[in-house]
Design a binder for this molecule. Structure first.
Ligand code: EPZ
Length: 445
């Protein structure tokens, strides 16, 4: 087939050949959703902090560029990052970086706490939902901040021209992870006591609180729905290590389960995975503790459908909804999956149905009727977690699955295909021409 004359643009795709048994051990990286907010948290301190177990992700690179644009010095050596915020010289964040990644908005609380001012473009929505920031705003207002939006930029400064925020009582209408993190960071340097009620309880919140405590902050109750912060004058340098990525760990457990393989997932915190392990057990899949911080999937030929409702922690994590759905496409019986956190996080359903799954959508509910087999197909990743779901489905499908939209995957998974290959999976990233009808591999990377 001759190529069109107008510039054969190229894009990477991931080819996955299904039907391989996996085996061995995979080491989990540091948590994306902790690493990003810890980097933002380093803005609170005017000395250098060393953070280890940093994952290698596109999002971490974006946050590095953002902090550098604010005057910080960020050095990385393998998984250790040194962030020196003594050079902070502006509280204004550039749109081109913030628009790339929602987590950029998590610098608002730290900037406001440290300098009394923050000017940060609104993050806007993303493929999984509108994602407003009203709860963040009300929380910061409860600490004595004036907050308004002008030309798409959020302007926040301490009321009455004061330098420091005032401790206050922030009740959250919904236990938002990002809002809890922004308010917690702002409150560490406020005058007096802050209480955050109906706070989010995710492990990443606890990690952020522990990082701030390591810098000298006074925080109690992280991990519960009531967090109490006694503001301090300043914070000091620290050495800290990011918790393992529970979402990445869950993705590998599901890859082991769907391929009926025995694999070990190492350097994990099993207690962070309680809701996921409970649903695996309910479906008849056995996962055992294999020593401290290690989990092993036991191969199970058949497993049952289960119903899942995504909820804030310790409920079932929305970030595991799509990978778990891939597993349930091959379960015996049906499963009802209700996505309660994000209004547009079921786009992977159409792609899984292209692979022969039998899933019907009713608003935010997906009814998954288990089928005997999936077949490989060209599919498109629509968001970060959907990309992992398609890889997991591809590992169990007959033949070849070709996944595009890999920029989503690279944002949040640290060398997913390298780690899968280490377990014996057959997959390869290749470049394909965008314009031609039948993509043919140009070069193997
Ligand atoms: C964090 O996003 C994570 N991102 C998300 O992971 C994760 O899905 C989410 O928490 C829930 O666990 C990072 O940590 C970088 P929320 P966040 O505020 O903080 C609504 C991934 O795949 N809401 O808890 O943005 C909101 O629209 C990503 O790694 C408001 O209405 O999530 C959503 O429906 C995706 N107003 C719900 O709350 C607000 O001011 C939960 O959002 C804030 C949130």
């Amino acid at each position: 087939m001759s190529k069109t004359v107008n510039s054969p643009e190229q894009t990477p795709v991931l080819r996955v050949w299904g039907g391989q048994k996996l085996s061995g051990e995979v080491v989990i990286s540091g948590a994306k959703n902790s690493a990003l907010v810890l980097m933002a948290g380093s803005l609170l301190c005017s000395e250098a902090c060393r953070i280890s177990n940093m994952p290698g992700l596109a999002d971490v690179k974006t946050m590095t560029k953002l902090l550098s644009a604010l005057g910080l010095t960020v050095k990385r050596d393998h998984d250790v990052m040194e962030i020196d915020a003594s050079g902070l010289n502006t509280s204004e964040a550039p749109y081109e970086l913030v628009s790339k990644m929602r987590a950029s908005f998590f610098i608002v609380g730290a900037l406001l706490g440290r300098t009394g001012i923050a000017r940060v473009p609104l993050p806007g929505g993303c493929s999984i939902g509108d994602r407003p920031v009203d709860i963040h705003v009300r929380g910061l207002q409860a600490l004595g901040a004036d907050v308004h939006v002008e030309h798409g930029v959020l302007h926040a400064y301490v009321r009455g021209g004061k330098k420091r925020l005032q401790g206050g009582h922030a009740y959250l209408d919904f236990p938002s992870v990002g809002a809890t993190e922004n308010i917690l960071m702002a409150a560490t340097l406020a005058e007096g006591e802050t209480i955050i009620e109906n706070a989010a309880r995710e492990p990443e919140i606890v990690d952020l609180a522990n990082f701030c405590i390591a810098m000298g902050a006074k925080i109690q109750g992280a991990g519960t729905d009531k967090i109490v912060i006694q503001g301090v004058e300043r914070l000091h340098s620290c050495d800290y290590s990011v918790i393992p990525d529970r979402i990445e760990a869950a993705s590998f457990l599901l890859a082991g389960a769907i391929t009926r393989s025995e694999i070990t997932v190492a350097a994990v915190c099993p207690e962070h995975l309680t809701p996921v392990l409970a649903k695996l057990a309910e479906s008849g899949i056995t996962v055992v503790a294999d020593g401290p911080n290690r989990l092993r999937v036991i191969p199970t030929e058949t497993y049952r459908g289960v119903d899942i409702e995504t909820l804030p922690h310790p409920g079932f994590p929305t970030d595991v909804q799509s990978p778990f759905m891939s597993l349930l496409t091959l379960a015996e019986g049906s499963s009802v999956i209700t996505e309660k956190l994000f209004e547009n996080r079921l786009q992977h359903v159409a792609e899984l149905n292209r692979m022969g799954a039998d899933i019907r959508l009713k608003g935010s509910v997906a009814i998954v009727n288990g089928v005997a087999r999936l077949s490989g197909a060209p599919v498109m990743a629509t968001d970060l977690r959907a990309s992992a779901a398609l890889v997991i489905a591809g590992l169990a499908a007959d033949g070849e699955t070709v996944i595009s939209g890999l920029h989503h995957m690279d944002r949040g998974y640290s060398d997913l295909e390298g780690k899968m290959r280490g377990l014996g999976a057959k997959l390869e990233r290749t470049m394909v021409d965008v314009v031609s009808e039948n993509p043919e591999p140009a070069t193997a990377q």
